[in-house]
Structures are given as structure tokens and as C-alpha cells.
Design a protein around this ligand. Structure first.
Ligand code: ISL
Length: 568
């Protein structure tokens, strides 16, 4: 543990700047707003802040469509504001990680503007341009170069009238995919990354970084995907952790980080990544990335129709999945631990009880996650137990491009009520409503009209109220973060899952030398018995979410109770 990297014993906090704190009354969060709230982060005790994109962007996908990687969007402020934010965080011992979105750019990025201008453009090959499918007239339905669907509904190819060719966009049509096969693209990205490190940032969260390498054939064509429903196919086998991905990430590490003094953190966001891939991506000897965001656990409540066809979670499946990741990265590599981010519904609404047991279930879920082996990530508002956006009740209330594009397509075959129920449970705007700072109008987020309405429950659910209440979700997160710092077994102990077949209680142990921790979480609103070894009777309680916890075996857990106990 002495030589363990610094990021094994810290906690990362994600800021989605648009919804964090507005300083100028335009209803959109900004960097000067972040400055007003740095003490909240310091009090919580996090060691790193990751900023979702604040770069120049047409905001088609809320900043994940970047038109200038080396400037701040005026919505959020200026480079000088960012320097101040970085300095204010550094002063408090908090490192700063930026979002690196280089699978695609905005269609307004000068690189793409140049690339699309003619087939002879020197930047033509920086993106994926292809003619219509052989034997099909350009523009005809199904004439796209492959049958791949985009993540945001519809085909992944857009016909560009300027040259009559199609370009690839795995996300929106305003997010054309960069061609990482081209060494000039890689050089340009690495130069940009070095510029940010020179400016003082401490690392990157790398957006969909395992999608960079596409399985292009020697003749330049790309393979079709298997089509389940008519015209569109699943292209993901041809770009998920593709043929050259390890080479690209190793080159990035070599050219950006190797030999540079400093303590950096890199985390690759990797939809579809397997444990076996993750062992390779995070093996320190291979020098690619420090850790990955995997998606297995957050897919467990997706139904056959995907995320907008949700089904209830089975606790045994969650344990099997997270347990496999714990075991798979025990001897090599490292896990990142998360329930929430700006793309996921709020965990207390998703797998807890955001009604009668909001405090209990939010703190139980936090305890179980943070006591796993790995680096925990807290998404803004999660530390308050913020809930899903029950107040977005009509199609016109939604702002998220994924939801809106899905709605436009699915309207033809699903009722509006059915779709609204799906978005209410799983839509990305659930995570994007403004942070609830206090009980005042718009929760202290803005003096103007918020870009997405504040949840009306801010009157009782807010940071000011929780700071004053030692039993609050906020103080529980603060204690969890401190525990990781103070008890080495939390960061460095090994992990053993218990009770794998129990549908109600999550249970595991952590061991470091002669210290052993037992972690229990009741995932139900009823009392449960946890059938654990009698050696735990009267063990020392490190943390719980009820007053006066009782440790006699079997342990009787109250609704949504969490317990962390220690013995030597
Ligand atoms: O939320 C999703 C759709 O169901 C995810 O598949 C998401 O698109 C995927 O996790 C990639 O997310 C990242 O890249 C996207 C951006 O829209 C997300 O906000 C970002 O986190 C494209 O840049």
C-alpha cells in the first residue's frame, strides 16, 4: 500500500457545470459559480474534481460536441476563470481532471469544417468519409456505407451535400467521429492534451475512449452489424475495444504522460468493456489508463428493448456483476466505482427508496459502493441524495438529445404515457436538474430562469439543511470519504463477497493484514437478517446509517440499514 498510486485512496467528485451553480443569472451554471462552492467540496473531503466539458461548443449534446478544445465556452466563462477555479481547488488540495472528448468533435470544429469542404481537403481523412453503399443511389434509404445505428437513434451516417459522401457519427449528426487511423489526428489530440497539462490540470476522464478504433478492412470499408429490427444493425462489435485501441492508448500515454513530473489520473469511459479488456487497459505494466468506467452494473435493469425498457434490479445479479469486477481486477488493474453520473438516473430513485426511506437508502447505497475496492466517484447532488426529476412530466420538459431523439422515433410505436414513464425512470435529464443548495427560489442555483427546472423537493432536500443535520446524507458521504482516508483496509484491503444468493442483503468483507471489515447493506424496506459468521458479534462499528446499531449475529438490519464493522 505504501507504493500504491495516490488515486487508490481518494474520492473523485464530478461537476456537470451547466447544473452546478450559476453566477450571472442566465440560468446556466458557470465557472464563477463553481468558485462560490469550492468550500462545499473541501468540506466533503474529495481529492479530485472532474469537470464535464466546459470547452467551446454549440451545445448540441451539452458540451460533448466540442468546436475548440483549447478555449472555454462563453456560457461557462473564460480561460482566466478556469485558471482561478483550478487555483482555488489546488489551494484546497483538490486535483482537477478535465473531460477529454476525442472520439468525435463538433461539426463546427475547424477540423471538420475543413474536412467536409472537399474530397481533396488535407483534413479529409481526419474523419470517416465514405460513398454510398455499392449499387445504391446516394441518399436512398439504406444506402448508408454500413447499417450501424447511432447511440442517439437513427443511422450512424449522415449524407453531406457538399461532396455527396457520408460521414460517420456514433452519436449525434453534429458529433462526427474522428479517424484515429490517421497519425495526424493522434498528434493533434496529444498536443492538445499536453497543452492542458502544461496549464495545470491533473488528468483526464476520457469520453467513450474504447470506441476510438474502428475495425476498418484493408480496402477501407467497414463491416455491417447484425440487424435485429429492419434497417439498422448493431455496429458495436466493430468499434468496441477495436483492433488498435490498446496501441492508441499506449501511444497516448507515452506521448502525453510518460516522464512528465506530477501525479495524474486517467479514467477511460468504456461502454461495453469486459473484465478481460479492463485488465489489459488498467494493467500498470502496459501503461494505458489508470482505471475505466465499465457499464455492466448500470445495464442490469435494462430490459430487452434497452435502457428505455427498464426492468427491476435483482440484487443477486448486482452482486454477481460487481463481484466479478472485484475479482477480475484484484491482482492486476484497478476498479472505478460509481452509481451516478450525468447520463444515469439518480441512484436513490433507481435502486433505493426516494420516498419514506430516502435518507436511509441513499446512505446505504453510498456505503456499499464506497466500501468496495476501487476509486469511488460522487456525482454532484448524489452527496445530498438528490432524486430523479419527477417534475418533468411532459415531452416538452425534456432537454437531453438522447431522450428527444428517442422520443421522435419511438412515438410511432409507443404511447406517450409509456415513453414518459421510461424517461422518468431512465432519462439523462434526471441527473441534470440543478444542484439543490438551499430552500430559496430555484434552490440558490440561479437568480434567473434555470435551463432545466429545479426539483420542487429542494424545499426540504438541499445542501444548507443537510449541512446543519449530522444525520444527513451529506454528512454520511463526508464520513465515508474520511473513512477511506483513515482506515487503510478501505482503500487497500482485498475483497470477499458473502451471501451471493441473498436477494435482500449485500454483504462482503475487506481484509488488510490483520484488520478485517464487514460491510452489510439492506436493499429492502423491511427488516432483514444477515446470516454472517458469529465472529462478528460485538465487532467495532465504524459507520452506520441508524442510531445505536446492534452487532449480534445474525445481524438484524432495519429498513435500508448499512453497517461497517471492524475486527482485528
Ligand atoms: O447514456 C448513454 C446512452 O444510453 C450512454 O450510452 C452514453 O451515450 C455513453 O455512456 C457515452 O457517454 C458519453 O459520450 C456521449 C455523451 O452524450 C455522454 O454524455 C457522455 O458521458 C457522447 O459524447
Amino acid at each position: 500500500q505504501q507504493d500504491a498510486p495516490w488515486w487508490t485512496s481518494t474520492v473523485v467528485y464530478q461537476i456537470y457545470p451547466r447544473s452546478f451553480q450559476d453566477s450571472d443569472g442566465d440560468g446556466i451554471g458557470d465557472l464563477r459559480g463553481v468558485l462560490q462552492r469550492v468550500d462545499h467540496l473541501a468540506e466533503l473531503g474529495v481529492g479530485v474534481v472532474w469537470f464535464s466539458p466546459i470547452f467551446r461548443s454549440p451545445q448540441d449534446d451539452n458540451g460533448y460536441d466540442i468546436s475548440d478544445y483549447q478555449d472555454v465556452d462563453p456560457l461557462f466563462g473564460t480561460l482566466a476563470d478556469l485558471d482561478q477555479v483550478i487555483a482555488a481547488l489546488h489551494e484546497r488540495g483538490i486535483k482537477v481532471v478535465m473531460d477529454l472528448v476525442v472520439n468525435h468533435t463538433s461539426d463546427e470544429h475547424p477540423w471538420f469544417v475543413e474536412s467536409r469542404s472537399s474530397k481533396d481537403s488535407p483534413k479529409r481523412d481526419w474523419y470517416w468519409w465514405r460513398p454510398a453503399r455499392e449499387g445504391m443511389p446516394t441518399g436512398a434509404p439504406g444506402a448508408e456505407p454500413t447499417n450501424w445505428g447511432s447511440f442517439f437513434s437513427g443511422p450512424a451516417w449522415e449524407l453531406d451535400p457538399i461532396t455527396g459522401e457520408y460521414y460517420l457519427h456514433l452519436f449525434s449528426r453534429r458529433q462526427p467521429d474522428l479517424n484515429w487511423e490517421n497519425p495526424e489526428v493522434r498528434d493533434a489530440v496529444f498536443t492538445m492534451m499536453r497543452w492542458w497539462l502544461d496549464r495545470g490540470v491533473d488528468g483526464f476522464r476520457m469520453d467513450v475512449v474504447n470506441l476510438l478504433s474502428k475495425a476498418v478492412r484493408p480496402d477501407g470499408s467497414l463491416p455491417d452489424g447484425i440487424a435485429h429490427d429492419g434497417r439498422l444493425g448493431d455496429g458495436s462489435p466493430h468499434y468496441t475495444s477495436g483492433p488498435r485501441i490498446h496501441e492508441f492508448l499506449a501511444q497516448m500515454h507515452r506521448e502525453v504522460f510518460a516522464g512528465r513530473p506530477g501525479a495524474f489520473l486517467t479514467v477511460g469511459e468504456m461502454p461495453g468493456v469486459t473484465v478481460q479488456d479492463a485488465r489489459l487497459f488498467t494493467d500498470p505494466a502496459r501503461a494505458e489508463v489508470d482505471m475505466v468506467f465499465q457499464f455492466e452494473h448500470v445495464g442490469l435493469d435494462h430490459g430487452p428493448g434497452g435502457k428505455f425498457d427498464p426492468r427491476p434490479l435483482r440484487l443477486t445479479e448486482l452482486k454477481a456483476s460487481l463481484g466479478r469486477w472485484q475479482a477480475g481486477l484484484a491482482d492486476v488493474g484497478w476498479n472505478s466505482l460509481y452509481w451516478d453520473n450525468h447520463d444515469q438516473p439518480r441512484i436513490v430513485s433507481r435502486w433505493g427508496d426516494d420516498g419514506a426511506y430516502r435518507r436511509e437508502s441513499a446512505t446505504m447505497l453510498a456505503t456499499v459502493l464506497h466500501l468496495h475496492r476501487g476509486t469511488p466517484y460522487v456525482y454532484q447532488g448524489e452527496e445530498l441524495g438528490m432524486t430523479n426529476a419527477q417534475h418533468l412530466t411532459a415531452p416538452e420538459h425534456y432537454r437531453d438529445i438522447e431522450t428527444l431523439r428517442h422520443l421522435a422515433e419511438a412515438r410511432a410505436f409507443r404511447t406517450e404515457a409509456d415513453l414518459l414513464a421510461a424517461y422518468g425512470a431512465m432519462g439523462r435529464d434526471n441527473a441534470r436538474t440543478p444542484v439543490q443548495w438551499d430552500a430559496s427560489a430555484h434552490a440558490g442555483f440561479t437568480t434567473g430562469q434555470p435551463w432545466l427546472p429545479v426539483n420542487p423537493n429542494h424545499v426540504e432536500l438541499n445542501a444548507a439543511a443537510q449541512r446543519a443535520d449530522p444525520r444527513s446524507v451529506f454528512h454520511h458521504y463526508r464520513r465515508l470519504i474520511a473513512l477511506r482516508r483513515d482506515e487503510p483496509a478501505v482503500a487497500h484491503g482485498d475483497f470477499t463477497m458473502l451471501l451471493p444468493d441473498d436477494e435482500a442483503v449485500y454483504a462482503f468483507t475487506r481484509r488488510l493484514d490483520d484488520v478485517e471489515l464487514l460491510v452489510l447493506g439492506n436493499f429492502t424496506g423491511e427488516e432483514q437478517l444477515a446470516l454472517v459468521d458469529p465472529v462478528w458479534t460485538d465487532a467495532q462499528v465504524l459507520l452506520g446509517n441508524y442510531d445505536e446499531p446492534v452487532v449480534e449475529t445474525p445481524v438484524r438490519l432495519r429498513p435500508w440499514e448499512a453497517l461497517v464493522v471492524r475486527r482485528t
